[in-house]
Design a protein around this ligand. Structure first.
Ligand SMILES: *Cc1c(COP(=O)(O)O)cnc(C)c1O
Length: 362
């Protein structure tokens, strides 16, 4: 660990593996002897196409994406997919089903309502978005174009521990803040999308995995930049892709493969989350109100029992090199985002800081 690199618990854009940053630095001015930076290269050059293809192949290997799916790397962030999903999957007037578990699903619902009749299958707002409602409580509509949910609510600290069963109705998931943190059975989904700046690294690129038979469902009037089939037919290069972010994502995929892939990273992530929740639960000074089986492995939210200590907690943690622990403005309190690139050592250091702070103030 470099002396001047702090522990970064930012929710997004978030920590990048140090090995990846060092590699980027090494290659930045002169990419593999070509005399220019990768960000100065045409996306149509054979060198960049090879980088893009390798990144896509490595992503598909990591997530074990089956052959009947296409993986796209697009601009526009997760939020653009909030509109792209109904435009690509719902015929005009067809109802779409949403399971609302927090801030990001709520935003997606607002967007979908402008484009389709939305049925809320279940909603945990009355419980302060502190749980995933069990599927036994859900009320699907009769002819939904798809069922949509958010795998991990980045702000509310709530994560699904099960994959919903929607029969023949395509399941669509926003996996922005948890993709690649552990294995996922892609074959259960119609569409998986994820903005990269949470658990992959750089902002400016969004992965969209689409089951190919769903391409037929796009409306005739979908703008080309939002049209999954248009992007698929052009290998995600129907317009200029975010080349530097794609290259960087590819380095992160290689880093994950070298670590042993998703089964290995899952073990580390499970351990990190378990010890941090244990530290919170075994203290009266820190609180987390999320139901145990709905707790996020990636975004651990907590509050201090007495909010008068918030300011000192943030000041002292920052001074100790533990950055970005302030909770989202919609939620208050604290949040430690412990994505793949946040080491177990970082989590241990945070736990030590928390118990130390409690001893001095509790
Ligand atoms: C951050 C986030 C988004 C929004 O991503 P943008 O790239 O900022 O549009 C959507 N969904 C989830 C779950 C997120 O964490």
């Amino acid at each position: 660990m470099h002396m001047n690199r702090a522990y970064n618990f930012s929710a997004g854009p978030s920590a990048m593996p140090e090995e990846v940053l060092l590699r980027v630095r090494e290659e930045l001015l002169d990419w593999r002897g070509m005399g220019l930076s990768i960000m100065e290269m045409s996306h149509r050059s054979k060198e960049f196409i090879a980088v893009a293809e390798q990144a896509t192949a490595d992503f598909n290997t990591l997530l074990e994406v089956p052959k009947d799916y296409t993986t796209l790397f697009l601009q526009g962030g997760g939020s653009t997919q909030f509109a792209a999903v109904p435009l690509n999957l719902a015929a005009a007037g067809q109802t779409v089903d949403y399971v609302n578990t927090g801030y990001w699903t709520s935003k997606s619902i607002t967007e979908a309502k402008r484009l389709a009749p939305v049925n809320i299958v279940a909603c945990s707002r009355e419980q302060g978005f502190s749980r995933v409602p069990p599927q036994s409580e859900w009320k699907f509509s009769d002819n939904a174009a798809y069922v949509y949910y958010t795998l991990n609510e980045t702000i509310d600290g709530v994560e699904f521990s099960f994959i919903p069963d929607t029969g023949p109705v395509p399941l669509v998931v926003d996996a922005s803040s948890t993709i690649l943190s552990r294995p996922l059975d892609v074959s259960r989904f119609g569409v998986i999308f994820a903005s990269a700046q949470k658990n992959i690294g750089p902002a400016g690129i969004t992965v969209v995995v689409v089951r190919k038979d769903l391409f037929d469902q796009a409306r005739p009037d979908v703008p080309a930049t939002l049209h999954w089939l248009v992007h698929a037919a052009n290998e995600s290069m129907s317009n200029t892709p975010p080349t530097f972010a794609w290259y960087l994502s590819g380095l992160v995929f290689k880093w994950l493969i070298a670590k042993g892939g998703l089964k290995e990273i899952e073990k580390i992530n499970q351990r990190k989350a378990a010890k941090l929740y244990k530290a919170i639960d075994s203290s009266d000074f820190y609180l987390n109100a999320v139901e145990h089986d709905s707790r996020s492995w990636m975004n651990v939210i907590f509050s201090l029992a007495d909010a008068k200590f918030n300011k000192a907690f943030l000041e002292q943690s920052t001074a100790a090199g533990l950055l970005n622990l302030k909770g989202h403005r919609a939620k208050g309190g604290m949040r430690a985002s412990i994505y793949n690139a946040v080491s177990e050592e970082a989590v241990d250091t945070l736990i030590d800081f928390m118990s130390d702070f409690e001893r001095k103030n509790g």
